[in-house]
Design a protein around this ligand. Structure first.
Ligand SMILES: C[S@@+](CC[C@H](N)C(=O)[O-])C[C@H]1O[C@@H](n2cnc3c(N)ncnc32)[C@H](O)[C@@H]1O
Length: 285
């Protein structure tokens, strides 16, 4: 694919809509804005990977950073970010670079790294791979401030209602906070922590583990419900659960299993961070 073809993809509906939906998420930006204002000083050199509209880099610039490098791999989206930076008179501070966060290299260190390539369970987006790229280059030291600091991922067992338009659509389903999903599932266990991914150190790119869940009420399990909490700052004073563009609940179908209150169910789960739900494997053991 040449760069003209890539540009055509970026101008399509879905990728530009995604970054606009990200942009109008007030809860998320208030949290990131506060976290950035808390740490940025006039000498701060900031790196953002996966900049989209450029908003987080521009917030860092507005907070007083000396220099911000913003990386985006979609050339058309990178152009949008460049234009947003210029339109807001931040061209002297924010430099938008077209590049892949998984492989891009830097010779200069950064004081603050900010990144929002997050997804529920970190299944779909590449935050772990992008952070690992920086760790492998020795760019993250104890002095580097990493925003967000971590993401906690949880699973519960549910009975999901996959009925849509008179069909049974048993498939991975994202339930956004602005949608009415009250009748979409019945929780049969409380959420239990699956993993806690701290971005301040390098992470294994494949997760493999077991989780034990206590059944609360008689019923039939047919799905996992995956949920996430983003820990924005290192002191855990700013956290984000599901917002309009972040961490929707995700239903992942499982084989049907009748359960009784008080029963204990163990799941084995394996997936590659950033590898998508086609690589997400879960089974009862
Ligand atoms: C969820 S959006 C968030 C955008 C922006 N950080 C925000 O908070 O509004 C993720 C962005 O990262 C970009 N992205 C995804 N994978 C990338 C990669 N490997 N390298 C660079 N950019 C990437 C996407 O094109 C998209 O613009």
């Amino acid at each position: 694919m040449n760069s003209d073809d890539m540009s055509a993809i970026g101008e399509g509906f879905s990728s530009l809509d995604l970054i606009y939906q990200c942009l109008i998420d007030d809860d998320k930006y208030q949290a990131f804005d506060k976290a950035l204002r808390d740490v940025i000083v006039p000498d701060s050199r900031v790196l953002e990977l996966g900049t989209g509209s450029g908003i987080l880099s521009m917030i860092a610039g507005r907070a007083g950073a000396k220099k911000v490098t913003a990386v985006e791999f979609d050339p058309a989206i990178a152009d949008v970010a460049r234009q947003n930076v210029l339109n807001n008179d931040l061209g002297d501070c924010v430099d938008v670079v077209t590049g892949d966060a998984r492989t891009i290299t830097f010779t200069e260190p950064f004081d603050v790294v900010v990144m929002e390539m997050l997804a529920t369970g970190l299944v779909d987006e590449m935050q772990v791979l992008a952070m690992n790229n920086l760790h492998r280059q020795g760019l993250i030291t104890e002095a580097t401030i990493v925003i967000p600091f971590a993401q906690e991922n949880y699973v519960s067992l549910v009975h999901a209602n996959f009925a849509v338009h008179g069909f049974t659509m048993s498939m991975v389903s994202h339930l956004w906070s602005h949608d009415d999903y009250a009748d979409k599932f019945k929780e049969l266990t409380k959420p239990a922590m699956l993993n806690n991914v701290c971005f301040a150190h390098e992470n294994e790119e494949v997760f493999s583990g077991q989780v034990v869940l206590d059944i609360l009420t008689d019923g039939e399990v047919n799905s996992i419900c995956l949920s996430s909490t983003v820990v924005v700052d290192q002191n855990r004073t700013i956290t984000l659960d599901s917002t309009s563009s972040l961490s929707p609940l995700v239903l992942v179908p499982l084989p049907l299993r009748a359960v009784k209150a008080g029963e204990r169910v163990t799941l084995e789960i394996e997936y590659t961070f950033g590898g998508g739900f086609s690589n997400f494997k879960a089974r009862y053991i």
